[in-house]
Design a protein around this ligand. Structure first.
Ligand SMILES: [Zn+2]
Length: 302
């Protein structure tokens, strides 16, 4: 992973991404949409990480002390940049910088404030942090594009789970990958159960010998009885459908108690959209960091 910057061919990077997706799926036993899984496990796609590494390399070369060989070579490259072939590391560095840090395309332009303020030894680390935030934004935008797609599993996931303030950095892997303790395992269990949303909560699985219906074609079977065609998505099943909203009512007392304990607005004041997020296991944005552990332990819907 550290040497992604050395891979020059897009097809090699794609092959690596495919095997990473497969290995992640088999390790955590979640076999849904690969992009959704990467977002849930907070692992950005390799092409974004590669851009980060290349931009970081440029910073390292540009800021190296003038007496070093790399600084000499870096100076030597500059006038040649326009002449070198497209897939050399020099051109790839330039392209990567344009993708992840366009504001500093010119290496002599002023650095971000946190990098300027850092001590000499910490500057590189601090620039990496800055790039991570830029790359997180790029990854988030990449995911948000799916929101304009027709209804589908991926779009639904992004809609319910992306805007979670506790996932502000897309470079901090999901804790269940690194900490084997209980609340985090709950999170993993939630992911495992929700990736089978093809059968939960209302739709018949193809094991019943009928072909599996695409997400966007899954009309709510209860609302359908009444002659309408309503998409049987999470919000219908949780909040809107008369036939199934009783399930949420069973848990309302628990959510009411929890919102009171953690000093949150009353549960009834949340919109159906927000309630659905909570039911799917996302803490409401108002939860403070100190209340988060309790929220995960008590509200995770398992
Ligand atoms: Zn319904």
């Amino acid at each position: 992973m550290i040497y992604l910057r050395c891979i020059s061919s897009a097809s090699q990077l794609q092959a690596l991404q495919t095997s990473l997706n497969r290995s992640l799926s088999t390790t955590i036993h979640v076999y849904g949409h690969p992009t959704v899984l990467l977002a849930a496990a907070v692992i950005p796609p390799l092409y974004i990480t590669q851009n980060l590494q290349l931009a970081q390399l440029r910073f390292k070369l540009h800021s190296s002390p003038p007496a070093t060989i790399q600084h000499f070579l870096w100076q030597l490259w500059q006038p040649l940049l326009l002449l070198v072939p497209l897939n050399t590391i020099e051109t790839r560095i330039q392209t990567a910088v344009c993708h992840v840090d366009i504001a500093h395309r010119d290496p002599d332009s002023p650095l971000p404030q946190n990098v300027n303020m850092a001590k000499i030894l910490n500057k590189e680390k601090s620039y990496e942090k800055y790039l991570e935030s830029q790359c997180s934004d790029q990854w988030r935008k990449h995911l948000e594009l799916t929101l304009s797609d027709p209804p589908g599993r991926e779009r639904a996931y992004v809609h319910w789970h992306l805007h979670n303030k506790h996932k502000c950095s897309m470079y901090k892997p999901a804790p269940y990958l690194t900490h084997p303790s209980r609340p985090y395992q709950l999170e993993l269990l939630r992911l495992r159960t929700q990736h089978t949303i093809h059968i939960i909560p209302s739709h018949l699985h193809y094991a019943f010998k009928a072909p599996r219906v695409d997400y966007q074609d899954r009309v709510c079977p209860h609302c359908f009885d009444k002659g309408t065609t309503v998409l049987g998505d999470e919000i219908c099943i949780t909040c809107n459908c008369l036939a199934t909203q009783g399930v949420l009512q069973q848990f309302t007392a628990k959510f009411q108690r929890l919102t009171r304990l953690l000093d949150l607005p009353p549960f009834a004041s949340f919109t159906p959209d927000e309630k659905t997020r909570m039911v799917l296991g996302n803490p409401p944005p108002q939860v403070l960091q100190k209340g988060l552990h309790r929220w995960i332990m008590e509200a995770t819907p398992i």
